[in-house]
Design a protein around this ligand. Structure first.
Ligand SMILES: *Cc1c(COP(=O)(O)O)cnc(C)c1O
Length: 379
């Protein structure tokens, strides 16, 4: 192998449809990971395919300084569906770039440099976003990263109050930590971050790269947390598999964002993919559906797995199952013996981020497969 692809799986995927993937021998897999939440509508969704084919045949790409209709439509759709006042969008190509822009915008708009991030948080792997990511393993080989970053314990309102001061440019936080183990924050923690940043003039950044696009039961997690941040970042689910990221912000940030750009920002074809993805989630109320099926799935997991697991937690269809052994072997058995694909979140957590339109039957299937694997392991 000559390319850089890590942890290559022993399954070659050739085709996808809805919640299912098919390998080169025709075997079917129920995809409960959606490739890290990147396909909220399921694989090969017709609305995205049609939007992309239509745009591609007229114009694939033109430099960002020419307006294109699909990008304008996407800006408007995001402004209409984002929380009040978070109306301005900057487009890029990935989650880490969306966070990179968020940090730059916050420093520029506030004139401060200090950034507060959370322990166990994950915000991406470029030098700026990486500096706000918790895990040393990801950071050590590349230091020094950007400076003036301070970490507070996740979900600790007192520590957050203590950390934010007049020198603070931004607080960056995931409403539910993904990579860190599927840890939902209390409303109190996020509301404390809101009050403290508003008081000190700092920007509150919600990293919704994983929680966004309907995943946690509303289009944006900020809806159920009752917190409107200054900046929201998005990427993973935004283009249903097409590479696009977005940094949404309020006017006071947009007015003083400094000087920032990216050659591929809001390309015509990826913008068409994202516009089709977001409008389908909204029109079909897939976030409401994710809330219902997610509650059912969490309940069934807790019921059926009982004492075989430490905890089942999450919001909507962002679910973590903390097990009593390493997650990787369980995931391998789930895939090879039961045809169910899921993800890890740290060493001992099985992470489920399925397409939002899964039904209770799919939920039952994953519950049965997990129950079988966890009991097999015990014998
Ligand atoms: C995946 C992820 C990122 C990084 O996104 P990339 O597209 O891989 O750069 C940032 N923040 C969160 C919360 C993520 O889950």
């Amino acid at each position: 192998m000559t390319g850089f692809v890590f942890n290559e799986k022993p399954i070659q995927i050739e085709r996808g449809e809805g919640a299912y993937l098919y390998d080169d021998s025709g075997r079917e897999y129920l995809d409960m990971g959606a490739s890290y939440a990147c396909v909220p509508l399921g694989h090969n969704h017709p609305a995205v395919g049609e939007a992309v084919r239509d745009q591609f045949s007229d114009l694939t790409y033109v430099q960002a300084s020419y307006p294109v209709q699909t990008r304008t439509d996407l800006y408007e759709l995001l402004a209409d569906t984002a929380p009040a006042d978070v109306d301005y969008t900057w487009l890029c190509n990935s989650g880490t770039e969306a966070n990179e822009a968020a940090l730059k915008f916050a420093r520029s708009a506030t004139g401060n440099s200090k950034i507060i991030a959370t322990m166990q948080g994950f915000h991406g792997r470029t030098m700026g976003a990486l500096a706000t990511t918790w895990k040393d393993k990801y950071k050590k080989p590349y230091e020094p990263l950007i400076g003036d970053v301070e970490f507070v314990p996740y979900d600790d309102p007192a520590a957050m109050s203590e950390a934010v001061d007049d020198e603070t440019a931004a607080v960056i936080v995931e409403p539910v930590q993904g990579e860190g183990g599927i840890n939902p924050a209390s409303k109190e923690f996020l509301q404390t971050a809101r009050v403290e940043t508003a008081t000190s003039g700092a920007a509150l950044i919600f990293d919704e790269v994983q929680t966004g696009m309907g995943r946690t039961g509303s289009l944006w997690a900020s809806e159920w947390t009752d917190v409107v941040p200054d900046i929201i970042t998005s990427a993973k689910g935004l283009g249903n598999g097409f590479p696009i990221g977005a940094t949404l912000c309020r006017e006071w940030i947009a007015e003083n964002y400094g000087s920032h750009a990216s050659t591929f920002s809001g390309g015509a074809t990826v913008s068409a993919a994202a516009e089709a993805t977001v409008s389908t989630i909204v029109e079909e109320d897939l976030s409401g559906h994710a809330a219902d099926v997610g509650a059912y799935l969490q309940e069934r997991l807790a019921e059926e797995l009982g004492d075989d697991v430490r905890e089942v937690r999450g919001e909507g269809l962002m679910i973590g199952i903390e097990i009593k052994r390493g997650a990787n072997r369980v995931l391998k058995e789930l895939a090879l013996n039961h045809g169910v694909l899921a993800l890890p979140a740290g060493r001992t957590v099985v992470r489920l981020l399925p397409p939002l339109a899964i039904e209770e039957d799919h939920a039952d299937e994953v519950v049965e497969a997990l129950a079988a694997v966890l009991t097999e392991d015990e014998s």
